[in-house]
Each structure stands twice: as C-alpha cells, then as structure tokens.
Design a protein around this ligand. Structure first.
Ligand code: AHR
Length: 504
C-alpha cells in the first residue's frame, strides 16, 4: 500500500488469518563441514565439553534458539557420505576424504550422536540421505536402521550400537541440491526425479509415517529453475510431502538500499514455487498436497569464494565462517517476516547453519560469540506462534536500484489464540530516518504490550566480535501504551523491532 505520509500505520485484525504457523519454520541445518560439527558442536578436548564431548556453551545457545528441527548431515557432504561409516564403535570408524569440502572426515560423530543431540535439544531430527554416490538401497537401509523395530539386519545393528528402541525419525530429505553441477553425483531433473521416486517408495515401505522432502532448485538463479522443480515434482508428486528450495543472500554490489529490500526476492521465489505446486497438483488431478521446505537459507557471500571452501585435507578446517553485521541481521529478520507471510505454503525452514559455518554462533576453543543474526532468529522463535496475520501496512516508500520503490518498513504478525498473544515484527529499512509507527487493532484490542525488543545501530556494517561481543544485541525497550485500540512508537533507522501484545 502506497503512502505519501512520513509515518507508517500497521493494521491488525485477528480474523485476517493467512495460515497456522508451522513450528518447523524455526529449524536449523548442521552439516559435516568445516568447524560446524567438529569443534563447533562436538569438541571433546574443549574445557567446555560435557562427558559426551558436546560443547555445553553451544548446547545452551542452541537451546535458547529453540530449533524445532535440525537437518543433518548435509549439504553437499551428504552426497558422498555412507552412513554406515558413522555408526558403531568409534575406534573402528574409518577416516575418509570428504570430496565435497576437501576435508578429512573422522566419523567420530554420526547418526546416533546426532539423534542424541536432538534429544538433548528437544528438536526433531531431519535426516538427509545420499542420492549422489548412494543407492536407493542404502537410503532405505538407513530408514530401517533408524525406525524399524528390532528383528532384522539394520534394526538389530542399531540395537547392537546401544539403541534398542527405534529413533522414529520423521523427516527425510531425498538428497541435497541434486540440480547443482557441483554436487557429488549431480543428476538432471529426469534422472533425479526417477531416483528420488524409487528411493521414496522403498523408504516409505520401511516406515509409512515418514515425511519426505524432494530436492528443489538450489537457487532461483539456477539455469534449470523453475523447470527442474516442475519436472521433479511431476515425477514424484504422490511420493513426497515437501519440496525444497535453497537461497543464500548477499550484499555483493555494496548496495545496502537494495540489500535491505530482499524480501521482494524471497517472496517472488516462493510465489513461483507455489504456482508450480498448484500446476502440478492440477495436472496430476491429485488431492495430495506438497508444501515448501526452505531447508537452507541465510546470508552467505563474503566467504563464498574458493579459499574459504577448500579444507586442504585437514580435520575441522575453518570454512565459510561468515561474520554477520547489522544489515545481515535486518535481512534475516525480513526473511523470517516472509516465512510468516507465506506460511500457507511454507512449512519448514532451516537456518543454514548452526555453529561456525555461516552460523549465528561462532566458537573458539573456550569461548562462544553470538552474532547479529542470532537475535532476529531468537525473537521469532520465541514470539511467533499460532497463526500468521495478513497485516495491512501503509508506509512511505524509498527507492532501490534493484527492486524499484519499496515500502520503508517490512512487517509481519502472529496471533496465538491459546496463549492470548499477538506478536508484531517490524524492520525499518531506512538508513537515515526514524519512522513513527502506529499500530491499529481493528477487532480485538490487546490489554497491554508485554514486551518489546529492538536490534539497531548506526552502522549497517557493524558486527560483534570476541573482543566486542555486545555491539549488536537485541535490547528490551519500553513498549508504548495502548489507547483507543492504537499504540504509537518510533522505530529508529536500520532497526528490527519485535513486540508482544497480550490479552489479560
Ligand atoms: O551450507 C553450505 C552449502 O551450501 C551446502 O553444503 C550446500 O547444500 C549449499 O550449496
């Protein structure tokens, strides 16, 4: 909605519902890559490790972020990974060359350690199977290993490894980025669609309750997008439950105004894929629904260069340890806004990744740093629940080179009837101007604003560091009073504000 005024109005109506918000929108992704698993999560030589070798400080931060599911073990890594390497007695697990990241994989952390981690974090495991060098048989055997009751080969193998009860893994990815020529065992859409369909059949015959995620495009910039998505979906429609998309954002042109308007790109990507889902469903005359899983998303561009992506055949090399600044955090906040606005088709989203590798958390041997992007994820994970509201916004526009005129604010909201809360998320994209904002409740007016948090700063390139860890932190701020169904606040330039309103 266009506005010539220099203030914004945000209209909220608890009847204007987009969709229930899937809790799995607040999920993460951990790959065997760089210092994500080794040194990040599993670091037995750290003074901060527990008796299992898990970093207690990392576990505490991951618990705070409350990832509802974690996708594992890759990523490009999974397309050359044989899961049998990572189970059983640790001293008999092979050291292997990981061809995806030219690193040494010790296999000291594997499927069972991952499941234990998920139980510790109270999160759903989401396992990816290898459809690169792996066979459909190997993928099916992993489902048997994880989910079948004892009495057959792989379930008994699990029991012999100390896990008599099935792990009950519900979410399974049919490979990773198989459209990418960089992928180990890359396939074209027809080849992938057939392989994924056959893998899906076998996997589901082991456990009919599993949910399967098909590989969609690695990015909307791929030459095969969106044809890959249509073809793969047409071949696998009845066998799968979710269709994936990946995207990594960046301010490559040093154009902050456009960078801060990237929600337009995210929405258009989702809209195209939603159109394909509708098309394939109609073409297949199907009553089955497939939803979207944005199972890799984040800012990643400074370290997306060969010297940060080659492990030089070492263990736990420093790979793609992106340092995040304020503008990155504002992009992440908008991305999460988009997840709420598109919650009718988007049901899973995994922040890539968790620790050290393009992550909200960086570690050294004995310290942990929360990066700028930690805070928007935390606030959404904590406050966004119930249903997403279709918010009407009237706001001034600003001009961008990439997207033309864009509203200066990006807004989303949720309403949780059971908890009697309403959360409102506001990004002010202006680099210079504060913006008066009026919240207007059109039906039920909350009794009070229970909490308000703000992440802001005057330099879009400012970042936290181990020396200065609190430069960018979400601060609790005073929420305005609600009077006559309205509340007025001013949001500073370059800011993200999360507000929680409550009834009683
Ligand atoms: O997250 C890093 C890499 O990005 C993943 O391994 C791959 O799936 C994507 O290209």
């Amino acid at each position: 909605m266009m506005s010539h005024s220099s203030a914004a109005k945000i209209y909220l109506d608890t009847n204007r519902v987009i969709s229930p918000i899937s809790p799995l929108l607040f999920s993460g992704f951990a790959e065997h890559m760089g210092r994500s698993i080794y040194e990040g999560i599993y670091d037995p030589v750290s003074p901060l490790a527990d008796e299992r070798g898990l970093r207690t400080d990392v576990i505490a931060a991951l618990k705070e972020l409350n990832f509802r599911a974690i996708r594992y073990p890759g990523g490009n890594f999974v397309s050359g990974y044989h899961w049998l390497d990572g189970v059983g007695p640790r001293d008999s697990r092979p050291r292997r060359r990981d061809l995806a990241w030219q690193s040494i994989e010790t296999n000291q952390f594997g499927t069972n350690e991952f499941i234990d981690l998920c139980r510790t974090l109270n999160t759903e495991p989401m396992l990816a199977c290898n459809l690169g060098t792996g066979t459909i048989d190997e993928a099916a055997a992993l489902v048997e290993y994880c989910n079948a009751p004892t009495g057959t080969q792989y379930a008994d193998l699990r029991a012999s490894h100390g896990y008599t009860e099935p792990h009950g893994v519900k979410y399974w990815c049919l490979g990773n980025e198989m459209d990418g020529p960089w992928q180990i065992g890359h396939l074209d859409a027809a080849e992938y669609g057939k392989k994924a369909r056959e893998a899906a059949k076998l996997m589901r015959w082991h456990d009919r309750d599993i949910k399967l995620v098909l590989c969609g495009s690695s990015s909307n910039t791929m030459p095969t997008f969106p044809e890959w998505d249509r073809m793969a979906l047409e071949l696998c429609w009845d066998q799968v439950d979710y269709h994936s998309l990946h995207y990594y954002a960046g301010n490559r042109d040093n154009d902050t105004a456009s960078y801060l308007a990237l929600s337009a790109e995210f929405e258009s990507y989702l809209d195209t894929l939603s159109g394909i889902l509708r098309y394939v469903k109609a073409k297949r005359r199907s009553s089955h629904d497939v939803y979207l899983s944005w199972d890799e998303w984040n800012v990643w561009y400074r370290t997306a260069v060969p010297e940060h992506m080659d492990g030089d055949w070492s263990e736990a090399p420093h790979l793609i340890e992106e340092v995040y600044n304020l503008e990155d955090a504002l992009v992440v906040a908008q991305w999460l806004n988009v997840f709420l606005r598109k919650s009718d088709t988007l049901k899973i989203a995994c922040l890539a990744q968790l620790v050290n590798v393009i992550a909200p958390i960086l570690t050294t041997h004995d310290a942990l740093l929360k990066q700028s992007i930690y805070y928007p994820f935390l606030l959404f994970s904590r406050l966004a629940s119930g249903v997403a509201l279709d918010v009407a916004v009237s706001a001034p526009f600003y001009s961008t080179a990439r997207f033309g005129d864009m509203p200066v604010v990006d807004v989303a909201a949720s309403y949780d009837e059971a908890n009697q809360t309403n959360a409102i998320f506001i990004v002010n994209r202006s680099q210079t101007d504060s913006l008066p904002v009026e919240l207007v409740w059109q039906d039920r007016v909350p009794d009070h604003l229970s909490a308000a948090y703000q992440l802001t700063g005057d330099n879009p390139q400012a970042a936290n560091s181990f020396e200065n860890p609190n430069r960018l932190v979400a601060q609790r701020v005073d929420g305005p009073a609600i009077e006559d169904g309205r509340a007025a606040l001013t949001v500073p330039p370059l800011s993200f504000t999360a507000i929680e309103a409550r009834w009683a």
